[in-house]
Design a protein around this ligand. Sequence first.
Ligand SMILES: Cc1cc2nc3c(=O)[nH]c(=O)nc-3n(C[C@H](O)[C@H](O)[C@H](O)COP(=O)(O)OP(=O)(O)OC[C@H]3O[C@@H](n4cnc5c(N)ncnc54)[C@H](O)[C@@H]3O)c2cc1C
Length: 251
Amino acid sequence: MAEELPPGTIRFSSRLTSISTEPAADGSSPELAVVRLDDGSVIRSKVLIGCDGVNSVVARWLGLSEPASSGRSCVRGLAVYPGGHSVKKELRQFLSHGLRAGMVPISDTDIYWFVVNNTIPAGKPPVKLTKKEAGGDPEMILREVTDNLGRHLPEEFLDVVRHSDRDNLTWAPLLYRAPWAILTGRAARGPVTVAGDAFHPMTPDMAQGGFIFPLLADTMWFNCGDLTAPAPPTPRDAEEEAGKKSHAHYQ
Ligand SMILES: Cc1cc2nc3c(=O)[nH]c(=O)nc-3n(C[C@H](O)[C@H](O)[C@H](O)COP(=O)(O)OP(=O)(O)OC[C@H]3O[C@@H](n4cnc5c(N)ncnc54)[C@H](O)[C@@H]3O)c2cc1C
């Protein structure tokens, strides 16, 4: 898909900070989406599809409800064995009441592991974990897995956990948006809409979240047609061209 786009269309490390809409000066499009990035760039486009994940800025702008706590969280890590590990190259899962753990070697030296668990009480309002609780303290996360959540798991798994690269540990609450909030929420406003976790955050239960994305992207590509042509000029363009706003960028 990237090869089909004009050079420079895809920009990396571009954090969206705010969104607005404005009329297109030549009337060729009812409204343009105006996106501001944290480096000061301004992008005008005929369509804005927010795929910015569970904490989506675009979903918030549309007025969709904040994601709710699923009552569960997931700890993830990457174990590193500089001299190589002897773990068989297969996915192994360990199930117990309220817990699902797994590990899979991704190279001769690295093993990915996870522990999905019920540590956030279900039925209560969304729990906002502090930075420390949610992943700011790697030693605390490791202790929580080896001494508490996973203390009954096989020693082979715990050994993998202990070999974790401290910079690659996360412990995050699993969030979702209730189906009725998706059905009744405003998923589009003018040229702005959302897709993926920004619209319907997925938990890691049926491996469906990542899977649906290629299908969704393909459908959108088919339905949106040629949106890569330059957006029509607006009255503000002249102002920004004159240098009142820095780094203006048009698309
Ligand atoms: C623990 C866990 C395990 C999972 N395991 C699986 C699995 O095995 N199989 C599966 O199919 N699905 C799995 N899922 C679900 C899957 O990961 C998601 O459904 C999928 O990643 C959603 O893709 P997305 O592109 O919508 O959002 P994301 O993958 O969250 O991507 C959002 C992107 O937007 C960027 N972004 C965020 N804010 C801004 C901003 N303001 N400006 C610019 N960019 C921004 C982020 O940096 C990120 O790159 C799992 C989910 C979790 C939480």
